[in-house]
Design a protein around this ligand. Structure first.
Ligand code: PMP
Length: 390
């Protein structure tokens, strides 16, 4: 049975979700249907599709950190951080990561996504301005949208356009939002220039260091530390425990005042169950390994340099190797060809990347040896030839 909508189209009243069929068919035809890769715990696959840059997710000390937290605190944090979901472990970790990254304070969220959404929506709202760019991660974009601030999006890397948008604003309060290392291709944003544009125009800046922690900067402290900007009062840094630290969760770093503001105002902190203690225990152990072995990020970047050179692509500034193919279908086929030969690589298609730039995305790891990297490069090269991309 159908109802006639005022627009002239028929609406099915027996199944209001029947449009999902058409949408699925459209996604299929465009090569945009996704099927999660199911890993098995004993899989011999070589994994270059993860964000486990330092290979710490399976490090015995990190796993032991999670076990100890489970033993001490149980399987869940049991409530919102504001109720009883804050354990002593959360607080210890927050002190340790703030200290490591050179900020007075840190606040942990249950994911990096929620840290970004929470921080942005707590800092700006209706009547304020956000200046963002075309390369920012979805979690920053969603934070901008949810904030209800006016959002100006400039081309990635165009710090002059950021300065111009700030100069022309009518709003009093403004926030510049950027990834420090772009998640899609691992290239760095012009943080120093963006920060001086923000400063010159009385704006605050939020930098997402998800792909820089453990990868760039002194001892893996990130790009902000590399530029000597750690602890700057008008700078807010977010990062994750889900990549180099091999665990789960996100964190916002800044002043003590910022931390207490977020506790009162960040809805993704207030209304979300606190980060799982096992994740905190794992992240804490990983942070301690990174602190004790400051050469780990150097090994990661040496591996990235080696793999990029062997794959015949430019050496990345961080640890993501992006091989642009173009259309989604050959990109999916190339990733499948790699998988068939035991190598897992990422395949990014719209909406993760702009149309026409579907690509293979390899995240390098510090714990892979040169023979493995050479084998990966051979498999990727064969796959690219197989789909006509080489
Ligand atoms: N920021 C960036 C730049 C990311 O790449 C990601 C995750 N891919 C996130 C934030 C979200 O972090 P999480 O996965 O911990 O929610």
């Amino acid at each position: 049975m159908t109802l006639l909508h005022p627009s002239g189209t028929d609406i099915r009243v027996d199944d209001a979700l029947s449009w999902l069929d058409d949408d699925a068919a459209r996604r299929d035809a465009a090569g945009l249907h996704r099927v999660p890769v199911v890993r098995q715990s004993d899989s011999p696959m070589i994994n270059l599709a993860s964000n486990d840059y330092l290979g710490l997710s399976t490090h015995p000390a990190v796993v032991a950190g999670a076990h100890a937290a489970l033993d001490d605190w149980g399987a869940g944090s049991t409530a919102s951080r504001l109720v009883v979901g804050t354990t002593a472990l959360h607080i210890d970790f927050e002190h340790e990561i703030a200290d490591f990254l050179g900020f007075p304070a840190a606040l942990a969220f249950s994911s990096g996504y929620l840290a970004n959404v929470g921080a942005i929506t707590a800092l700006v709202g209706r009547g304020d301005l956000i200046v963002s760019d075309t390369g920012t991660h979805a979690s920053l974009i969603d934070g901008c949208r949810l904030s209800r601030a006016r959002v100006v999006v400039v081309e990635r890397g165009d710090h002059a356009a950021v300065a111009e948008a700030l100069a022309q604003r009518t709003e009093e309060r403004a926030l510049v939002v950027t990834d420090s290392v772009y998640s899609i291709d691992g290239e760095p944003a012009p943080i120093a220039e963006l920060y001086s544009a923000a400063r010159n125009h009385g704006a605050a800046m939020l930098v997402d260091e998800a792909h820089a922690l453990g990868v760039r900067g002194p001892g893996g402290r990130g790009l902000v530390a590399e530029l000597g900007l750690s602890g700057a009062p008008d700078l807010v840094v977010t990062t994750v425990m889900s990549k180099s630290l091999g665990a789960q969760g996100g964190v916002v770093l800044g002043s003590d005042l910022l931390r207490s503001h977020l506790i009162d105002r960040a809805r993704t902190f207030i209304f979300d169950t606190g980060l799982n203690p096992a994740a905190v225990g794992a992240a804490r152990a990983a942070l301690s390994l990174l602190r004790d072995d400051p050469q780990m990020p150097d090994r990661l970047r040496a591996n990235a340099t080696h793999l990029a050179a062997t794959c015949g692509v430019p050496v990345p500034a961080a640890a993501v190797i992006s091989i642009v193919i173009g259309d989604p279908q050959p990109a999916v086929a190339a990733a499948a060809a790699c998988r068939d030969r035991g190598v897992l690589v990422g395949c990014f298609r719209p909406p993760s990347v702009p149309a026409g730039t579907s690509r293979l995305r390899l995240t390098v790891r510090a714990d892979l040896d040169v023979d493995t990297l050479d084998h990966v490069a051979g498999v990727v090269d064969d796959a690219l030839r197989q789909v006509g991309a080489r």
